[in-house]
Design a binder for this molecule. Structure first.
Ligand SMILES: Cc1ncc(COP(=O)(O)O)c(C=O)c1O
Length: 413
C-alpha cells in the first residue's frame, strides 16, 4: 500500500473541555485596535507604572549572585517565612507550613482547582468575574454554576439567600473573588461569616481569590502617619483568613502582581491547610516545578520592605478612582458608582447592552481601550470595565475620547 492509499488523517483537536473554553473578549477588543496608531489602553488589569526600583534591584542582585537554580517546590524557606509573617500581621497567626509559593495568582488558582475538583464536580462562582476563575475548573472537567451579584442604587450587592441556595451539599467548591474584578465589590465580614458557616456545614471548599485584598479603600486615608505608627489593623479587605482556622477547607490565593506592581514577574502564593502541602508540592512539581529563584528573592524584599510603597499606591489609586468617577458622572447616560476595592470602574453607558461591539467601535474610532462587560460573563453585559491604575492626565484624555465617541454616535442616546 502506498502512502497515497492511506486514509487522510483526522484534523487534530484538543479535548472537548478545552475547545469549549471561552476565548478572551478583552483580547478580541485589543485585536480590533491593531492598526490604530494611538490607543489609550485601560483594558488590562495593571498599572502603567514599572515595579518599584528596590524590588527590581533585589532581583538584579539575586541574579548577579547566581540565583539561577531550581528551588523547593513550595518556595524558598525565607520567602515562605516572610509570607507567613506578612499574612500573620494582616490576618492572624500563620505558620510557614500553611504557605506555598506559586507562579503568580493564575497558577495559584489552577493549583487550588487541581487540588480540589475533578471531572463532574460542581463548582459555584459569584459573578461577574474575571474569566480565568470560571474557565479553570472547566479545564478539569468540572461544571460551574454562577450566582450573579445584583446591581442597584448602592452598587453591586450579593443576594445571600441566592448564594446559600446554590451551595447545595453536592457542591464541591465555592469560588469567591473579593475585592472583585471587574465590579470592585467587596464581600463584608458578616457575609463571609455566613458563607463560611454554611460551607463548613456542607463540607464545601472555599477558594478565595484575594489578589486585590490590599487595594481596598475603606481605610486608606489613615495614610503615611499610620505606616509610621506601625498600624496593622484593616490594611486589607475582609478576608476568609480573618475567620477561618488555617486547617479547614479554605484555600486563599494571592499574588505579588497588584500590591507591588509585579504583574510580569509571575509570583504569588497560596495559604492552605498544612495537610494539603505534600500534595500541593506534587502539583507544583508537575505544573511549573517552582517559581524562579531570583524572582522569589525579590519577593522577600517586596514583602519585608514594601509596606510604605503599597500604602502609598493605594492612596494614589483611590485618588485616580475618585477622579475618574467624577469625570464619568458628568457624562449624560453614564451610570457609575464608587467601588470599595480593586482598580476598576464597571459602569453602564449608552450602547453597552452590546458591550463587545461597543468596545470594538470605541477602540477603532477614537482609540479608547476598555473591556466589554460581557467578557466577565453574561451578567456583565450592559457594562464596560475601565482600569484606572494610571495618572489623572491619562484618565482625562480617555474621558475626552469617550465624550467624542458619544458625540459622534448621538443616535445611541
Ligand atoms: C481576580 C484576579 N485573580 C487573579 C489574577 C491573577 O493575577 P496574576 O496571575 O498576575 O497574579 C487576576 C489578574 O488580573 C485577577 O484579576
Amino acid at each position: 500500500m502506498s502512502e497515497s492509499d492511506l486514509p487522510a488523517p483526522a484534523v487534530p483537536n484538543a479535548r472537548d473541555a478545552v475547545r469549549a473554553l471561552r476565548p478572551s473578549q478583552i483580547r478580541e477588543v485589543a485585536n480590533a485596535g491593531f492598526g490604530v496608531d494611538d490607543v489609550l489602553p485601560f483594558w488590562f488589569g495593571e498599572s502603567d507604572r514599572v515595579t518599584p526600583a528596590f524590588i527590581r534591584d533585589a532581583a538584579s542582585a539575586a541574579l548577579t549572585a547566581g540565583a539561577t537554580f531550581y528551588t523547593h517546590n513550595l518556595g524558598i524557606a525565607p520567602l515562605r517565612a516572610a509570607l507567613a509573617e506578612y499574612v500573620g500581621a494582616l490576618h492572624g497567626p500563620t505558620s510557614t507550613d500553611h504557605i506555598a509559593v506559586t507562579s503568580a495568582g493564575v497558577n495559584a488558582l489552577m493549583l487550588a482547582a487541581q487540588l480540589v475538583v475533578g471531572a463532574g464536580d460542581r463548582v459555584v462562582a459569584v459573578t461577574p468575574l474575571w474569566p480565568n476563575l470560571v474557565e479553570i475548573p472547566k479545564i478539569l472537567g468540572a461544571h460551574v454554576d454562577t450566582v450573579p451579584l445584583g446591581y442597584g442604587e448602592h452598587g453591586w450587592q450579593l443576594d445571600m439567600a441566592q448564594l446559600l441556595a446554590a451551595l447545595t451539599p453536592e457542591t464541591r467548591m465555592l469560588l469567591v473573588n473579593s475585592p472583585n474584578n471587574p465590579t470592585g465589590w467587596v464581600m463584608s465580614r458578616d457575609e463571609q461569616r455566613t458563607v463560611l458557616a454554611h460551607c463548613r456545614r456542607h463540607g464545601i471548599w472555599i477558594v478565595a481569590d484575594e489578589v486585590y485584598e490590599r487595594l481596598y479603600y475603606a481605610n486608606a486615608d489613615a495614610g503615611a502617619a499610620a505606616i509610621d505608627a506601625g498600624w496593622t489593623q484593616s490594611r486589607a479587605a475582609p478576608s476568609f483568613l480573618d475567620l477561618a482556622s488555617r486547617d479547614e477547607r479554605v484555600i486563599c490565593v494571592n499574588s505579588f502582581s497588584k500590591a507591588w506592581l509585579m504583574t510580569g514577574w509571575r509570583l504569588g502564593w497560596i495559604v492552605a491547610p498544612a495537610a494539603l502541602m505534600d500534595d500541593l508540592g506534587k502539583l507544583v512539581e508537575y505544573n511549573t516545578s517552582c517559581a524562579p529563584a531570583f524572582v522569589q528573592q525579590a519577593g522577600i524584599v517586596a514583602v519585608q520592605q514594601g509596606e510604605r510603597f503599597t500604602q502609598e499606591l493605594v492612596l494614589d489609586l483611590k485618588a485616580s478612582r475618585d477622579h475618574l468617577v467624577r469625570a464619568l458622572s458628568d457624562i449624560p447616560g453614564v451610570d457609575v458608582k464608587t467601588p470599595p476595592g480593586a482598580m476598576y470602574l464597571f459602569f453602564s453607558m449608552p450602547g453597552a447592552t452590546r458591550s463587545l461591539e461597543l468596545c470594538k467601535a470605541m477602540v477603532r474610532e477614537v482609540g479608547l481601550g476598555v473591556a466589554p462587560g460581557s467578557a466577565f460573563g453574561p451578567q456583565g453585559e450592559g457594562f464596560v470595565r475601565w482600569c484606572y491604575a494610571c495618572d489623572t492626565a491619562r484618565l482625562d484624555a480617555g474621558v475626552e475620547r469617550l465624550k467624542r465617541f458619544l458625540a459622534q454616535h448621538d443616535a445611541m442616546r
